[in-house]
Design a protein around this ligand. Structure first.
Ligand SMILES: [Zn+2]
Length: 407
């Protein structure tokens, strides 16, 4: 039997968890509920979004990874005159999220949970809420009719090097779709961002020579060689800070260099044979990452003669891991002025983290970045976004609708 609800049955914490008053709330809940950690398939999420578009009579184009486990989704709401290819606005978001493994979460990471003035969940900031807001506006875009196309670009594998979107962008080119510009909804606190740094990363593998640790002169210590190179990287980083060019518009206004992972050695009483480490440069447009790498390789080569005097089969190798170009629209493109109108802000910023924006930009689709939440909350346990940021994103989308809709 159903007991009648009484006021005393509502506990205070339940009230604090009431659903926020947002058009996009159901879509935020829906997208966050899919575990789209980059190692997992995103097809269940893609299928859910595809059904949404098909309900509204919009066909989607999917581009898959080689294993057919993941897909990008591209959907076009055509202009009222039938134009589906030229001068449109792309709303871009990645569907994947970073792992929650080992992180101390207080709520279920795959359930968007409102508590007070925040919403918690993996991807609420980076970056399912922007995509959810766009999806929630599909009925309004269609009801009001569009003066220019609005495209949705949802990608896979952004968090592992902007891998998926490259296929989506190639597909656009081959189908002759030439948008006016692209809005990438990565977290910027809803501020307009018109540039980000480029990023290159490499793995350095040092092959030394094993020996009993009481006989160190008969060995080549790969860990120590690697540390000499890591120390050189730290000095290169300092040189960019001290002598390199600066651009005060960036949150970190100079090129940075960083070593993030190092692995080497097996036991203290063995001179280690192998050591490898991963490092990256996040560079401003006027600093050349190839010149930086050449400099590091030249330093490593100066270590080789002493290593080979002990053992001929020693060596140092560098493998490229990832490349993401930087971009800078200088705030002068049409999409930047549209973004400024929609964000209601004057001025624009530049950021140090990489996004898919530079890949759109390189494909002659000018891009800006503007999305709810802040990058500092991304990738963290208890990732959160404020309801205020989500409301601002909704206001942005409404102003965009006012500018792209006929009525
Ligand atoms: Zn992101």
């Amino acid at each position: 039997m159903n007991a009648p609800a009484t006021l005393t049955a509502v506990r205070p914490d339940t009230a604090a968890r009431a659903a926020p008053d947002l058009l996009a709330w159901e879509w935020i809940r829906t997208l966050v509920a899919f575990d789209t950690t980059s190692r997992e398939s995103n097809l269940a999420l893609i299928e859910c979004v595809r059904r949404h578009f098909e309900t509204h009579g919009i066909a989607c184009t999917l581009t898959f990874d080689d294993a057919w486990r993941k897909a990008n989704l591209f959907a076009t709401l055509p202009a009222r005159d039938g134009n589906a290819t030229t001068g449109g606005i792309v709303l871009s978001g990645h569907t994947d999220v970073v792992p929650v493994d080992g992180q101390p979460w207080d709520t279920d990471p795959f359930a968007a949970t409102p508590i007070g003035d925040k919403v918690f969940g993996r991807g609420v900031t980076d970056m399912k809420s922007f995509s959810a807001t766009g999806l929630a506006f599909v009925p309004e875009f269609l009801r009001r009719g569009l003066a220019r196309p609005v495209h949705f670009a949802l990608s896979y594998d952004e968090e592992v090097g902007c891998v998926g979107v490259r296929r989506l962008i190639a597909d656009l080119g081959s189908r002759g779709i030439r948008p006016l510009g692209c809005i990438v909804g990565e977290p910027t606190g809803m501020e307009l961002v018109v540039a980000h740094k480029g990023k290159r990363s490499w793995r350095c593998r040092v092959r030394g020579h094993e020996a009993h640790s009481s006989l160190t002169p008969q060995g080549v210590n790969a860990v120590q060689i690697a540390c000499e190179i890591v120390t050189y990287l730290a000095s290169a980083a300092r040189a960019f800070l001290d002598r390199g060019g600066h651009d005060a518009a960036y949150d970190v206004p100079y090129t940075t260099v960083h070593t993030g992972v190092i692995r080497g050695g097996t036991a203290l009483n063995i001179v280690p044979r192998d050591c490898s480490f991963d490092f990256e440069i996040r560079h401003l447009p006027f600093d050349d990452p190839d010149a930086f790498l050449a400099d590091v390789i030249a330093f490593a080569q100066r270590l080789l003669p002493a290593m080979r005097e002990v053992a001929a089969d020693t060596g140092i190798e560098f493998d490229a891991l990832s490349t993401l170009p930087g971009f800078d629209t200088h705030g002068e493109s049409e999409i930047a002025s549209l973004g400024a109108d929609c964000s209601g802000r004057s001025g624009h910023g530049k950021v140090s983290f990489g996004t898919e924006a530079s890949l759109f930009h390189d494909a002659a689709i000018p891009a800006i970045i503007c999305g709810p939440g802040h990058i500092a909350q991304a990738h963290q346990p208890n990732e959160w976004v404020t309801v205020d940021q989500l409301a601002r994103c909704e206001a942005f989308m409404r102003r965009l609708a006012d500018r792209v809709c006929v009525t």
